[in-house]
Design a protein around this ligand. Sequence first.
Ligand code: GLA
Length: 387
Amino acid sequence: MNWDMKSLRSRFETVFGASPTGAVRAPGRVNLIGEHTDYNGGFVLPIAIEREVRALFRARDDRTVNMVSGQSPNERAKVDLDLTISPGLPKWANYCKGVIAGLIEEGVALGGADVYFEGNVPLGGGLSSSAALEVATGMAMLSASGMSGSVPGPTLARICQKAENEYAGAPCGIMDQAISAMGKAGHAMLMDCRDGSLKQIPFNKPDLVVLVADTQVKHGIADGGYAARREQCFSAARKMNVSSLRDADEASIELSHGNGLIDDVEFMRARHVVGEVHRTLEACAALQSGDYRQFGRLMYASHYSLRDDYQVSCEELDELVRIASVTKGVYGARMTGGGFGGCAIALVDAELADSIAQALAEGFFGKFGRRCPVFATHATAGAGVLE
Ligand code: GLA
């Protein structure tokens, strides 16, 4: 299907019988490094990718919000702004409903609107299609109500995270919504998830590209494994009497493990988090000094820690990282996002990107007999108004 604005506008017209008055976009993301650290008060370093959700809208005179998604056009959703907004069916609209409810709770005087969504972030593929949908909803509702720009990025991200937690039942951290709302083109975003502070790190060298390889193994973060990891981290922090694992270090977790305060599993989870927080800061320094080899080494170390200590990788992700590690022109590779499936990323020499993408896809097919779509991306801008 065509994905240009003209085609989108005409599909809006077919659905709602009138022209849209505006459009917004919100991107998906990959995380370069800093995995499973956000809900532990640590650092993350994601980029917004060149895959996004677009929302076209038209304000209504009444208090109704009608929402249609091009991905499942027959499942329309409707919200009455004056009634309690509860999750229900269709499922995809729960992300949107949660954001609308959150904006109202924040005191934003939203008006009715017709909204049409379309996206090219693979659904449930670990690239934050849900965060993109949430942020796009927020942007569209604000624009349609004549209040675009009135809710600061950090607040919008928090509202979207809450929507995901409470309306979609996914206990995610803040990373995905934050990068979708506040990413900057040509930059990776270092976020300190303890205090929310951000630093945009230039990531726009023409000789570098990020490859994203999709195992197409689906596993949502409402599925249990993610929540279990969270709990193990929180439990370790409680036992060690720190407010989050961000405040632990190698010595303190070794000691707590040695004297039986935390169990073996909690120790492994904590060792990943403590190590990953360090690796993220080191990776950031490496990026700033243009040391891609060092950055790549840290990516591999992050992957092995997620595989062995955090135990959130899978065979398919491990195989992609293995292939990358023996392919010329690859600086580093790792799983990205929550894990248990989804995507692996590789930081590669732009000149060799095509042949590396081919090596990944062919190697994957050779082992699993299934296709593994691979695409290249640069760091793009966070959410914004289109046209
Ligand atoms: C998912 C969550 C994020 C983060 C990552 C792991 O993407 O939505 O908040 O916890 O997993 O780093």
